[in-house]
Every structure is written in C-alpha cells, then in structure tokens.
Design a protein around this ligand. Sequence first.
Ligand code: IVH
Length: 688
Amino acid sequence: MNNLDKTAAQRRAATLRKEINAHSYRYYVLNRPIVSDSVYDALVDELRKIEARFPELITPESPTQRVGAEPAEGFTKVEHPAPILSLDKATSREELFAWRARISKLLPEDAPPLTYTVEPKFDGLTVVLHYHDGQFTLGATRGNGEIGEEITSNLRTIPSVPLSLPLPPDGPTPPTTLVVRGEVLILLEDFAALNERLLEAEETPFANPRNAAAGSLRQLDPRITAERPLTLYAYSIVTAEGERAGALPATQQGTLDYLKALGFPIADEVIRHFDSFDAVADYCEELTERRESLPYEADGIVIKIDDLAVREALGAVGGRPRGAVAYKFPPQEATTDLLDVEFTVGRTGVITPTALLAPVTIAGVTVSRASLHNFDLVAERDIRVGDRVIVHRAGDVIPYVVGPIADVRTGDERPITPPTHCPSCGEPVAHAEGEVAYTCINATCPAQRVQKLIYFAHVMDIDGLGERTALQLVDAGLITNPADLYALDLDDLLPLEGFAEKKAQNLLDAIAASKAQSLDRVIAALGIRGVGATVAEVFAEHFRAVEALAAADAATLEAIEGIGPITAQDVTAWFARDRNREYIEKLRSAGVTLAMAAPSDSDDKKAVAAPFDGLTFVITGTLSQPRKEIAAWIKARGGKVTSSVSSNTDYLVIGESPGRSKFNRAQKLETPIIAEETLRNLASERGA
Ligand code: IVH
C-alpha cells in the first residue's frame, strides 16, 4: 500500500468505499451480511491507512467518518446507562506486550503488580440486560454504544437469559438496579441443526452463526426469535444502583463468579486468571490453536486487568477502555479477485472448477487457488470470472470461494460454464440430467490415470510417489492402472528425468513394501466411489477378503450397518466390470494383501468383533482420536453412531468441551453419559 501513488490510492479508496458501503447496507439494513466482521474490519483498516497517508482524499461520506451504526427503523431506541465501549485490539504477542507497556507507564510506580482475567471474545451480538428488583425489565442491542435498540421481548425468548435474579435459590440478592452486558450467539452444533432445518424447509441457510444470531435477535416478531437456538454468555456489569450496589465484587474474576452465582451463563471452560503476563500471552497462543474445538465461534480473546478500580482509573481513549484489550485470532476470510477458472479432472473422471485468485493472505497463509466445489454451486451463487469474491480458509480444509460481492461488479465479469470437452484428453464431457457431476468417461484419460495413481500411492503409503512422479510414469506409458506399479524395475525408472539410481531404488522399495499393507487399506486404495477409510475398514472386518467382498450382492452389502444403498450399488457395479477384475488379479499375482490372516477361533472372534451389537452411541467433544475414527471403531464392533441424542441413544460418549445441547438432552432423557475410557472398558467387558 505504501507504494501506491496518489492516483492509485484514490482509485483504491473509491473501490474500498463502494465495497464497505455495500457490506454496511447488507449488515444494517438487510440483516444479511455476507462477510465476517474481520473481513469488514480489514477493508476499513485499509481505507483508514490510505486516508491517513493522503488526508486530502477523505470525503465526508467516507465510511471511516461514520461514528457507530445508526439503529434501524422499527425498534424503539434505548439510551444505555453508561457507554457500551468497544475494545482496542492486538494481533501478535508483540502487540500484547506493547499494550501492557503502555498501561504500565500510566500507573504509579509503587502500584501493586497487575493480574489479568482472560475470556473468549464471543463472535455474537452484544446485549445489555436491565434488572430491577431482580426482574428482567429491559434489554437492548449495543447500537452505536450510546443508544441501542429495544429488543426485550426477543431476549425473553432465550432460555439462558435469566428472567428473575437470583436464578438459583441460594444465589445472592442483586442490587435494586443491575445492568449486565453479555453476548448472544448460537452454538456451532445448534447452528448446523438450524441450517439443516432451513434447507429442509427450502429456505436460505445462514452464512455463519453470527449472521444467524443477528438475524434472529433483530426480528420484529419475537415468535421467530423463539424458534432460533440463541444462547447468552454474560461478562460484565454495566451499572448497579440502589441497595447492595456498593457491595459488588472489585475484580473481573469476582464479577464473573458473581454473575454465575446470580444464574448467568459464563464461559467457564475458557476463563482463566493469571498473575504473569507471559502466561497470559502463552494462553492466548494456546487458545488460538484450540479455537476450533470451542463450542461457539470466537474471533479472539479478551484480556482484562482484573482490578476494576485500576481499569476505571486508566480511563478510555476513542471509546476504547485502556484497561482491556482484544487479542484477535487471524481472520479466516478475506476478499480478493477471481482471475480465472481451471478445470481439474479427478480420479473418477469428475471435472471440478478451481478458482485462480489474486494472492491473498488468510490466517497467515497465501492463498491463490480455491475450490469452487461444483458447477451447481457456481451457478447458484452466480460466481463469475472477474468478480470480487470472499474466500474462506480454516484449519486443514481446502480454501473455498464463499461467494461474489455482486454489488461491486463493473459489468466486465463473465459467467463460468462447464467445459464441453475434457481438459486432459479432449473427449466430450458427460452430464446426466439432474446430476451435479460433469464427467470425463474416457477410461484411458491420462488425467484420471494420474489422479488414480496419486490416490493409490497415498492410501498405500508409497513414499516418493507424488503428483510429479505420477505424471512422469503415466506420460512415459509405464502405468495404465496402479497395479502396473508392481511390475516396474530400475530400467523403467532410470531414463525418467530426476531419477538417479538411489531415488529409483527407494521408490521400488516403497512400492514393494506396500504389498504388505492391511486389507482395509488395499480395499480403500481401489478407489471405489463411496469406499473411503471407514467403509473399507467395515468391509475388511466383515468379509476378511477381497474375493468375498467381490462376490457379495447389493442386498448383502446394504444389510451391513453403516452401508447405504448407493455405496452398495457402486461396489457391485465396480466388481462387475471385467477391467476391474483384471486389476484385482494383477494385484494378486504381484503379492498384494487381498485377505486377512485366518482367525484362530472363528466363533470366539465373532463374539469379540461385535460387543456393541444393538447399541447406539452419540459422540460429543474432543476425544483421544478424531471423532470419525472413534465412530469407525464403534461401528467395527457392531455399534451404531448417530449425530443427535434421542430416546434411541444408549450412550453419550463425551470428551473435552462437549456440546452443551447434546449434554443437556442426554441428561433430560437420562441417557448414560460415559467417558472414552468407559467406552473401551465396555467393549472389553461385552466382548469377553
Ligand atoms: S469486554 C469495557 N468481553 O467484542 C469492556 N467484550 O470490540 C469492553 N465481546 O462488541 C468489552 N466477548 O461486546 C468484552 N468477553 C468479552 C467479549 C466482548 C465479545 C465483544 C464486545 C464488543 C467487541 C469488542
């Protein structure tokens, strides 16, 4: 940005203003924002920086000149009893320490050492709750910090908002007037269920939990709010007056404990108190790693000086208190330009569109390609080449294009149409009416061969066989299907570019070693549609040999727990093909594992294999292995795993940070709640 000249800066500022205004309109007027707050903030930050460098470019209408948001028409305005302040932010360990250094300078030298309370920064909606004589009398949104919107009836519908205080019979009696600040949000688990429901009703699902919470809370009809799974977390006292107002806790930690004793939900699982600032910074880094295991979306962590009198004395600048700071998680979304589209042929011949993007950094990683999923989605979201698009990247998931920002189109954008011919072999593309997929059905298509080979090598753990080598092998005509790998020798590999003797021998050794892979790996490596690691494991346990699996008809397959009719059909169709039979025979003659070692006592084995026969489990929270693997382990023992707790559930298996709604439901239905260790013990007890 620093190298922008004034003309370029002016152009960029104009584009940014247009984009920011479009988002503001969606957010405040339509109640349907399409980008996260972090994306919006990044755009405003960029505009601020340009305006700071070229102040003559500032216009009165610039979004940077607007203070807070105007409350929408339709709600009564409420003046807050004290300003509902916002927070200063830090985005690195250095910035955290800089904040601490700034406040230390403002405190007297002989001041006692500071201690800190750390809380999640909930990505929801700020609410202000008024209680008089313990009764909930008024609730408002934050609005512009001074004036909010009155949403009392909507807040009343939220089960976790206490309507009278104290909620527990042994709780403290609150002051005559008590105003509490908190955040309303939707737990991730509830969000998934809500969107599923909307989809079933053929309504538009929400883009993220925050939008869902915002849209639900700012409803003029509280009956709609009541149907939405909103939750409250409280985190501070805005004001207190009258009797007992003087006896409130003097610290943030004390305030949180007090709010909890009154019956407000607080973020127990995250809140910590620290004496050392190094420990604070370490904890921030730890939480950044664990953010995805939290039951709600958090966009950062709030660090507060624990002593409320010290915080008060430090005052505020620009509507932000000095005594607290928000450590922001790296944003998971950004906007960029969609420059072009590439068509990729997968191992099953399905052609998918990939977006080529102007490089953009998301959560510390430069992204220049992103998935467009499929052509149906491209059409539905009307994504075009030349569009400004929102890109999402979280954890290990491949970055994907969320959608276009249609409001800033210039008219030069062009639609994305599925290819009529395969980009690899040039054969015509097949597309069945009503199906999503566009497929290259040419069995000799080189791109498919390469992809099949990469997949096989990946599943069979053949080191040194990545995309480049796979391409070389297929190009040289050495491989038509993965079984040909086992016929390779040094003379085949040495002529290939980059293959010296050592590298070639290593590859041959890795190929030879893969012959001993377990049966379930081999079944997965065949690349049959719908047969990934979990299903392959079920088949291996059940049939114990590829031959037996190949002989099974669709009805037999479908009778197996966890196998649906589509997979059953795909499996029988695959084995019915001569070409695939030949492929299996080639693997057999190469000496690849195609059967399990015979069990010593088959009857006994059967009893051990199905200790969970007839039992249904639900899993929640973080366990010792990914949930999918635990589910596969249960299924391999004859159990069933479902996603929600019902009267048919036999056990709820819980790990760390379990989902609140599953937990509550299990308690309500008196479903036994067990830990992972108990689950394992149960298997050995029932298996014995
Ligand atoms: S404390 C003086 N604590 O984040 C206290 N804010 O820009 C200032 N937020 O919309 C706020 N979680 O409502 C605080 N644990 C938390 C929070 C939190 C979310 C929101 C806040 C505001 C934004 C800060």
